[in-house]
Design a protein around this ligand. Structure first.
Ligand SMILES: Nc1ncnc2c1ncn2[C@@H]1O[C@H](COP(=O)(O)OS(=O)(=O)O)[C@@H](OP(=O)(O)O)[C@H]1O
Ligand SMILES: Nc1ncnc2c1ncn2[C@@H]1O[C@H](COP(=O)(O)OP(=O)(O)O)[C@@H](O)[C@H]1O
Length: 225
């Protein structure tokens, strides 16, 4: 087994402050969480668009996309790798797999924020402990205030009625196991920095504007001149 002390951190000449100065902005992580279908991807995408129009350097990590690559399921990895490899590193939706999914994303988000990027993430991330761990990593590698949790609080009934991918229907029919909100838990954030109520008529643009206002209020971006 590898001894952790055999792996030594290498300091780099260009630090976060220099990268942020070049970009003229502060790196941060805006973490969207909520049920499947609550609007995470839509609102994060709209916010990404608004920030880019502002000239900010951003990146958007979306659960559906990341699960095609970095956090692919065993079935996808099997096409290119051995059965043993796919089973060992592929991720599904059991609690431990979700924990590893969020650990990997948290680590990537920390790297992106340290490169000075405003990093938007859209993952169900149903477990409080997993999200809190990411917060700790981001705030330890950066500073308190670098992590903003955005709870997209759309009622399950609304998400299920939307069902854009037909997943709720399959989950109700028992064709998908461990489906968040149906056969798996969602632990709501008790104190999110931004609490977006969904399903009450607010448009994605209005919801994104709410997050943008929080970013200005917290000094992550400067108000429009
Ligand atoms: N069992 C189960 N539970 C929840 N979601 C499921 C499941 N199976 C597939 N999907 C689809 O995968 C997307 C969620 O992936 P995430 O990486 O965000 O999930 S998690 O953070 O690890 O919980 C999620 O995407 P969104 O609908 O965009 O949230 C679903 O499309
Ligand atoms: N504020 C909103 N009002 C009405 N419909 C919305 C809103 N936000 C998202 N939607 C719709 O809800 C569905 C699910 O949104 P999506 O962003 O894919 O959710 P998630 O990423 O949380 O699964 C999509 O069809 C989207 O167009």
């Amino acid at each position: 087994m590898t001894n952790p002390s055999d792996i030594v951190w290498h300091e780099q000449t260009v630090d976060r402050t220099a990268r942020e100065a070049n970009l003229g902005q502060r790196g941060a992580v805006i973490w969207f969480t909520g049920l499947s279908g609550c609007g995470k991807s839509t609102v994060a995408n709209e916010l990404d668009h608004q920030l880019n129009q502002f000239g900010r350097a951003t990146v958007l990590l979306d659960g559906d996309n990341i699960r095609h690559g970095l956090c692919a399921p065993p079935g996808v990895l099997r096409e290119e790798y051995s059965e043993e490899f796919a089973n060992r590193f592929g991720l599904g939706f059991g609690a431990v797999d979700r924990e590893e999914n969020i650990r990997r994303i948290g680590s990537v988000a920390a790297l992106m924020a340290s490169a000075g990027l405003i990093t938007l993430t859209a993952f169900v991330s149903p477990y409080r402990k997993d999200r809190d761990r990411v917060r700790k990593i981001i705030e330890t590698s950066g500073a308190p205030g670098d992590f903003l949790e955005v709870f997209v609080d759309t009622p399950l009934a609304v998400c299920e009625a939307r069902d854009p991918k037909g997943l709720y229907k399959k989950a109700r029919a028992g064709e998908i196991k461990n489906f968040t909100g149906i056969s798996d838990p969602y632990e709501a954030p008790p104190n999110p920095e931004v609490h977006l109520k969904g399903g009450d008529g607010a448009t994605p643009t209005e919801q994104a504007a709410g997050v943008l206002a929080a970013l200005v209020e917290r000094g992550i971006i400067q108000p429009r001149a």
